[in-house]
Design a protein around this ligand. Sequence first.
Ligand SMILES: Cc1cc2nc3c(=O)[nH]c(=O)nc-3n(C[C@H](O)[C@H](O)[C@H](O)COP(=O)(O)OP(=O)(O)OC[C@H]3O[C@@H](n4cnc5c(N)ncnc54)[C@H](O)[C@@H]3O)c2cc1C
Length: 305
Amino acid sequence: MNDIIIIGGGIAGLTAGMYAKRGGMETLLFEKMFVGGQAATTYSIENYPGFIEPISGPDFAMRMEEHARKFGLEIFYDEVKEVVVDGKIKKVITDNKEYETKTIILAMGASPKMLGLEKEEQFRGRGVSYCATCDGTFYKDKVTAVVGGGDTAVEDAMFLAQYASKVYLIHRRDQLRASKILQDRILAHPKIEILWDTVVESIVGEEEVEGITVKNLKTEERSQLELDGFFIAIGIQPNSELVKGKIQMSDDGFVLAGETMATNVPGVFVVGDLRYKQIWQLVTAASDGAVGTLSAQRYIMENFE
Ligand SMILES: Cc1cc2nc3c(=O)[nH]c(=O)nc-3n(C[C@H](O)[C@H](O)[C@H](O)COP(=O)(O)OP(=O)(O)OC[C@H]3O[C@@H](n4cnc5c(N)ncnc54)[C@H](O)[C@@H]3O)c2cc1C
């Protein structure tokens, strides 16, 4: 019988696994693609405490994996297709096998919402980014654009304007959804130009982003912007399909949990970007992972021993 099964091998899941094995728990981790999750897809990380020099996403993920394996974490490369969460003993089901466990830690993360443009996936990391706070500093004295109209897009544009020579904020409507205070700031910002009623139609470039074409929805006029960086801030979407209808979620599908990472279902915990919270970063994912495991451990002590 497993004590903990972790679903997802991103930074939250790997941290949970490391804590679990170090704490002597029978633990398995399932990952459907590659360990590191979103972190492994980023070019450079420079805001994780203790890493003074920038580290590439894949290297960072490798180190996290190595650290977890050092304590004996078993990582199964298999997609979890179903979970049975009612009852004291839970089940985790893949195409190959069914596993029993006392607790489950959900760490399936999230995916940035994509615009769905041709070349968007191809140029991800080569001018297309979904994280201004992560990649913004690479665009010192360059021209960038952010697409979106909420708080995140506005904050991203202002963050980028600290480095970039010019930032376009592209929004499909004639007013922003962002809070009033942010709107006031962005409207007065000398480096930021807002393109209202505008949609992005394509990304231009051979090997990397060189520009985008946009269309004004009111005038139908099309134009091309020359850019070095194109940031998409239209939200992230949680990978919560697996537990839909089984666990309490927010309207947009993030799993609800408080300080202890416990969901509404006893014995099921959620960590990382899948959890409903304000800040989705590596350091908060790792923190969730540690807290989730310690809470699962406490739950096992109280309910099984
Ligand atoms: C391009 C980019 C750059 C970023 N840069 C930074 C940065 O510099 N600094 C920073 O602090 N934050 C950065 N972030 C945010 C940070 O990467 C995330 O907050 C963090 O990685 C979330 O980790 P996670 O483990 O919760 O989820 P994820 O990284 O999303 O990992 C979830 C994992 O679960 C797996 N999975 C999903 N479903 C299943 C299933 N059914 N069965 C098995 N496995 C499954 C997925 O394959 C994935 O590997 C960046 C994000 C992006 C997209």
